[in-house]
Ligand binder design. Structure first.
Ligand SMILES: Nc1nc2c(c(=O)[nH]1)N[C@H]1C(S)=C(S)[C@@H](COP(=O)(O)OP(=O)(O)OC[C@H]3O[C@@H](n4cnc5c(=O)[nH]c(N)nc54)[C@H](O)[C@@H]3O)O[C@H]1N2
Ligand SMILES: Nc1nc2c(c(=O)[nH]1)N[C@H]1C(S)=C(S)[C@@H](COP(=O)(O)OP(=O)(O)OC[C@H]3O[C@@H](n4cnc5c(=O)[nH]c(N)nc54)[C@H](O)[C@@H]3O)O[C@H]1N2
Ligand code: SF4
Ligand SMILES: [Mo]
Length: 752
């Protein structure tokens, strides 16, 4: 087993500021309260927390006013870190299935068994018969992120999946095709812009995504206070739309048409002014030609927006001293999501707003994942292979999550027979979760690395639970890369984990080591695996910081960032505002920004079809939503987050309700091609007519889960209605927005 640091009781954390406090050794005197500072690891905002303790008891969790970046901002989820840590339902030891029961077993036995069974399946059915799915929390857990790669390499399977294909894949695709690197993701410079055009995002609730900006509401209000303008494009008048200057209630799934028309106006009216980017652009003429046919007048009916609105928006955007177009999940997970993110980047570029202050900018964080990707030869790739059953393209070595069930169900060489879920709950988070459940039940073997027995892990043969987030150290490898300011902050573990607990990285390394030793991949003897085991994530982190763009290097002396320096700065280190990065940062072969990648231009054929189809469209279209006190599918076992009114209602416009004879509070059936759920109706004019909304991440009514609180208020799963058959065929991203549905009243039970 890898080296594991042992700390003395009371020696809770290593920050100098924290350890200055008296240790929590039991004594006759009341122990002195002690404050621990750390970064919240639940969402992308990286809020600094001040956790007040009395011995090992958490007294309070507040925002850290001195955090160099978040300046005291937090949301209600941070306080639920206490609930998560103390949750009796959170698993502490490996669970082995025995029929319909579970038995706790020791770690060595559990890791041996998992490795042996996975190898058995690979020996019988080939390497690709074992699939791995990596869920969202891996990007909030640097140990899981670094050592998850090691497990995948040890398994040598091509059956890799993650939440990327139900999320940000189109952003990464546009970055890969236009800038030459899938991680060169531009961030809206929200603190300096004069014009933010936001599509399919609701940061007042999500706290920002691919835009780490803690306290986003304050930042958006500041934008308006300095005379800037916020325009929100969303089929629902969201919490963010409510504080915007303009809300455009677009028809779901038509953002590509809207963006094409904005660009058409920019070109037709001679508003394209790329400025310093001009010599770096290639394909400008091709883009101009490609968008020519999409006039505001032609797309108006399809998008549900007026031609005048679109035209004046294009003019205002182009005329603003600085402006940025930003799109997120609502435009990523739609039929033309790939095209949408391409066009968003193009709009920023041709108006001169890419890579300049107030526009869409690139970070220079302490650990530069872009440069790291270069070093290991991984800038990303796309469509190097096609999925076995449906022929959808790979992206970055992964298949779309929407094909997971069919790859498990369809016999033949390459059929998935065993499954590893790492920090994921695809039953609730990928389209047609009910079908995926049936597929999981038919597997030969499944292991879940997860702290809960939930909708997905209940299908496993073995559940391997990691420690709580407060029992491990934390550094945001990913979200510092996506932040609106360059900062760095390291958080030591708050609590020493129990002796028989394992961190994610230890579980993953343990599995990788065993598998590597037995399948002859030579991994066990490889220098990197042994070194990685000895170093642990903390050692790797120290190395990455030293060798990063602001690091001290490997010399023992000199200036620059080290892990030690971060440990001495419990409120984080400010590195400075974002600065221009092009052309140096560009990774395309010709060091140009490729405005017209051929596959994207070709995909406009589907935009034409979409435009034609819009004329015949009627009926209701279902979209999702997020909620402030919820975190995807997994924070619902906290009483404090789930109390209050039913969060899982179907929102519908009053006109649509009365047309169907429905009223507030009715129980309704929501039915699509894929499935059906029941929910309580909430009638609101915040919805665009013709569009209904359900939150995602609920549906805790499944038998056999161990989530006592969540099961009391289960809600229903939006992904029992979304359709795994509907993807953006360009890149395989699931279509989670704009699902055609019928809504009818649930007949009252017959009178007795
Ligand atoms: N319809 C619809 N579907 C969606 C979305 C949507 O907007 N609409 N959003 C999509 C998006 S953006 C995302 S990112 C995905 C998320 O989808 P997933 O990543 O599949 O699921 P999560 O709900 O984040 O579940 C996380 C799981 O990890 C476990 N977990 C939490 N912390 C840790 C940890 O530190 N270590 C380990 N090993 N496990 C941990 C939790 O118990 C839970 O089981 O959902 C997607 N699905
Ligand atoms: N509280 C909370 N915070 C979270 C999460 C959470 O579950 N809860 N999840 C985290 C994760 S994993 C992510 S990826 C981020 C996501 O962060 P955001 O992208 O900001 O998340 P959403 O709130 O889902 O916003 C998507 C918006 O798109 C709109 N939309 C739907 N369809 C369309 C369409 O066709 N066109 C347009 N223009 N808009 C459309 C929806 O109405 C919704 O308001 O949030 C993160 N933060
Ligand atoms: S906004 Fe995100 S990072 Fe900040 S406290 Fe809430 S969950 Fe944590
Ligand atoms: Mo996400």
């Amino acid at each position: 087993m890898a080296r594991y640091e042992i700390r003395l009781p009371g020696d809770q954390c290593k920050h100098r500021a924290c350890s200055a406090a008296p240790p929590a050794i039991p004594s006759r005197q009341a122990p002195m309260p002690h404050t621990h500072f750390r970064t919240c690891s639940l969402c992308e905002a990286m809020c600094g927390l001040a956790i007040e303790l009395d011995g090992n008891r958490i007294l309070s969790i507040r925002g850290d006013e001195e955090d160099v970046f978040s300046r005291g901002h937090i949301c209600p989820k941070a306080v639920a870190l206490k609930d998560l840590h103390e949750d009796p339902d959170r698993l502490r030891r490996p669970l082995l299935r025995r029929g319909s029961d579970w038995e706790e077993i020791g770690w060595e036995a559990a890791l041996d068994l998992a490795a042996e069974r996975l190898l058995e399946v690979q020996r019988a059915h080939g390497r690709d018969a074992v699939a791995v799915y990596q869920g969202n929390p891996t990007v909030h857990n640097y140990g899981a992120l670094l050592y998850g790669q090691m497990l995948v390499r040890a398994l040598r399977t091509r059956s890799r999946f993650s939440a990327t294909s139900v999320d940000q894949l189109p952003h990464m695709l546009a970055s890969l095709l236009m800038f030459g690197h899938q991680l060169l993701l531009p961030v809206p410079d929200v603190d300096h812009t004069s014009f933010l055009l936001m599509l399919g995002a609701n940061p007042l609730v999500s706290n920002g995504s691919l835009m780490t900006a803690p306290g986003i509401e304050r930042r958006l209000r500041a934008l308006r206070a300095r005379g800037g303008r916020l325009v929100v494009v969303d089929p629902r008048r969201t919490e963010t739309a409510a504080i915007a200057d303009t809300h455009l209630a677009i028809r779901p799934g038509t953002d590509a048409l809207f963006l094409l028309a904005l660009l058409q106006v920019v070109f037709a009216e001679g508003l394209a002014r790329p400025g310093r980017l001009a010599p770096m652009l290639s394909g400008l003429d091709e883009v101009q030609a490609a968008v020519r046919e999409f006039t505001p007048e032609r797309v108006a009916a399809a998008t549900g927006l007026s031609a005048t609105e679109i035209r004046s928006l294009a003019r205002a955007f182009a005329a603003a001293p600085s402006a940025v177009a930003y799109g997120r999940v609502g435009v990523s997970t739609q039929e033309l999501g790939g095209v949408c993110h391409w066009l968003l980047y193009v709009l920023n570029a041709v108006t001169g707003n890419l890579d300049r202050q107030g526009g869409a900018m690139f970070t220079r964080p302490a650990i530069d994942l872009v440069a790291l990707g270069d070093r290991i030869g991984q800038r990303g790739h796309f469509a190097k292979g096609r999925s076995r059953v449906r022929g959808l393209p790979e992206f970055g070595g992964e298949w779309p999550a929407a094909v997971l069930a069919e790859e498990m169900e369809t016999p033949g060489s390459g059929q998935i027979r065993a499954f590893v879920s790492l920090a994921g709950n695809p039953v609730l988070s990928t389209p047609n979760g009910a079908r995926l459940e049936r597929a999981l039940a038919g597997l030969d073997f499944m292991v879940s690395i997860d702290p809960y027995l939930n909708e997905t892990s209940r299908h496993a043969n073995l559940v391997l639970p990691p420690v709580s987030p407060l029992e491990r150290d934390h550094y945001d490898l990913v979200f510092h890369v996506l932040a609106v300011r360059n900062t760095a902050r390291y958080s030591p573990a708050l609590f020493t984990p129990p002796a028989d607990a394992r961190e994610d990285w230890q579980i993953l390394h343990g599995l990788a080591r065993r598998i590597g030793a037995r399948n002859g991949s030579g991994l066990v003897s490889s220098w990197t695996t042994r070194a990685a085991g000895r170093l642990g994530p903390r050692g790797l982190l120290a190395l990455l910081l030293r060798t990063g763009p602001h690091g001290r290097g490997l010399r023992p002396w000199g200036r620059g960032l080290t892990l030690k320096a971060l440990e001495a700065a419990p409120h984080g280190v400010d590195i400075g505002p974002l600065t221009s990065a092009f052309p140096q940062a560009l990774r395309t072969a010709d060091r140009h920004i490729a405005l017209a990648p051929p596959v994207l231009v070709a995909d406009l054929q589907r935009a034409r079809t979409r435009l034609a189809r819009a004329e015949s469209e009627g009926g209701l279209s279902l979209i999702g939503r997020r909620q402030l006190r919820s975190n995807n599918s997994w924070m619902h076992n906290s009483e404090r987050l789930t109390k209050g009114p039913d969060p899982c209602t179907l929102l519908m416009h009053p006109g649509d309700a009365s047309a169907r004879g429905l009223a507030q509070g009715d129980r309704v059936d929501v039915r699509s091609r894929a499935g059906q759920v029941q929910a309580t109706l909430s009638v609101t004019d915040a919805m665009r007519p013709g569009v209904v909304s359900l939150p995602h991440g609920w549906g805790h009514h499944r038998p056999g889960i161990r989530l006592g609180v969540a099961a009391q208020r289960p809600g229903v799963s939006l992904n029992d209605v979304t359709d795994e058959g509907e993807v953006d065929v360009l890149c395989g991203t699931a279509v989670l927005s704009g699902v055609p549905v019928e809504v009818t009243r649930v007949p009252p039970p017959p009178a007795p």
